[in-house]
Design a binder for this molecule. Structure first.
Ligand SMILES: Cc1cc2nc3c(=O)[nH]c(=O)nc-3n(C[C@H](O)[C@H](O)[C@H](O)COP(=O)(O)O)c2cc1C
Length: 326
């Protein structure tokens, strides 16, 4: 067992988290992660309405009696989803942990704290981590440049970002982006984190509710198989490299592209079809550099127990033996 301030604060067995994932963070995966003793998050905006989210939370509860949370991603949008109503559904469903991401979570932290809900804010820079602590977040998830999804615009990899944030933040912090095995977990703990958050790795498990062919593509891909899209619009996203992502990059390299030029190519609905129908070339889908460390499709229980067991071995044996006594 690895006990950290993070496992203590959230009442979980292992210092491992499955962060929010659009179209992937559904009850099947989240309950399997919870049953494995880790902390999973249902992705609120994958559900079409707050009522549907409440039903998804209830469905998850039928499959586990362990703690799990809900991710509320607050992205700038012309037509914003009804965040306050999603938040209300979370509170009324009795969920006690929320992962916020994407924007300043102040309003949500204040409202959730009134109901005793703890908030982990996921961010991609030291300054945002410091701010989140200041406005009351209970924990931080710090997402390095390696990560799938939105790495921000600073391009600071975890090897620097994690200890830099650990130096400035005193609430429990977990490391995110590029983690997939025991070596990463031990490294994160050494760098000052109290656990790890994994997206791509959990996406490639038996219980992950996406098409088998996408999981097989992740196994086949190596660490170079990602692209950074929407860089020129300062809304960078790390996605699995395919013909569509390459086309987006090529258009952006020509200069002057607007979101209207790219909207059809980067459409989330096309990404959803990738996960549902299993054609990895159909649209944009998220995956990180950690694909290079993913070689199998285990159950969540196998994955979590393997990571914890091997991490204990690394700490107690391999690293321990390196301390010279003379
Ligand atoms: C398919 C997919 C969808 C994601 N969607 C979201 C999301 O909706 N909200 C969010 O906060 N993070 C999202 N993420 C980011 C993950 O929560 C996590 O921070 C990231 O995957 C960590 O990097 P890793 O993939 O290298 O483990 C997504 C990641 C993936 C792989």
């Amino acid at each position: 067992m690895l006990k950290t301030r993070f496992t203590e604060l959230f009442g979980i067995e292992h210092p491992i988290v499955q962060g929010g994932m659009q179209w992937v963070g559904r009850a099947e995966l989240v309950s399997a992660v919870a049953n494995a003793g880790a902390l999973g998050f249902i992705t609120a905006l994958t559900q079409p309405s707050p009522e549907a989210l409440a039903r998804e939370i209830a469905r998850c509860r039928e499959m586990t009696d362990r703690p799990f949370g809900v991710n509320l991603t607050i992205l700038p949008a012309l037509k914003a989803p009804p965040y306050a109503e999603y938040r209300q559904a979370i509170v009324e469903s009795g969920v006690r942990i929320v992962e916020t991401a994407g924007n300043n979570p102040q309003e949500h932290i204040d409202a959730l704290h009134v109901h005793g809900v703890k908030v982990i804010h996921k961010c991609t820079s030291v300054r945002h981590a410091v701010k989140a602590e200041k406005i009351g977040a209970d924990a931080i998830s710090i997402d390095g440049f390696e990560c799938a999804g939105h790495p921000g615009e600073d391009d600071i990899p975890g090897l620097i970002l994690i200890p830099a944030a650990a130096d400035k933040v005193s609430i429990p912090m977990i490391a995110s982006g590029g983690f997939g095995d025991a070596r990463g977990l031990v490294a994160a703990l050494a760098l000052g984190a109290e656990g790890i958050n994994m997206g791509t790795r959990f996406m490639c498990t038996v219980e992950s509710p996406i098409h088998q062919r996408v999981k097989e593509q992740i196994v086949a891909n190596d660490e170079r198989a990602t692209d950074l899209i929407l860089r020129t619009l300062r809304n960078t996203s790390r996605v699995a490299r395919n013909a569509v992502s390459q086309q987006v990059v090529a258009i952006e390299q020509q200069g002057g592209a607007t979101i209207d030029d790219l909207r059809d190519l980067v459409s989330g609905q096309r990404g959803r079809v990738v996960y549902e129908q299993g054609d990895p070339e159909f649209g944009i889908w998220s995956a990180g550099m950690v694909q290079g460390l993913i070689h199998d499709i285990p159950t969540c229980a196998q994955l979590v127990s393997r990571i914890v067991r091997e991490a204990e071995e690394i700490i107690a044996s391999r690293l321990g033996r390196m301390i010279a006594t003379a």
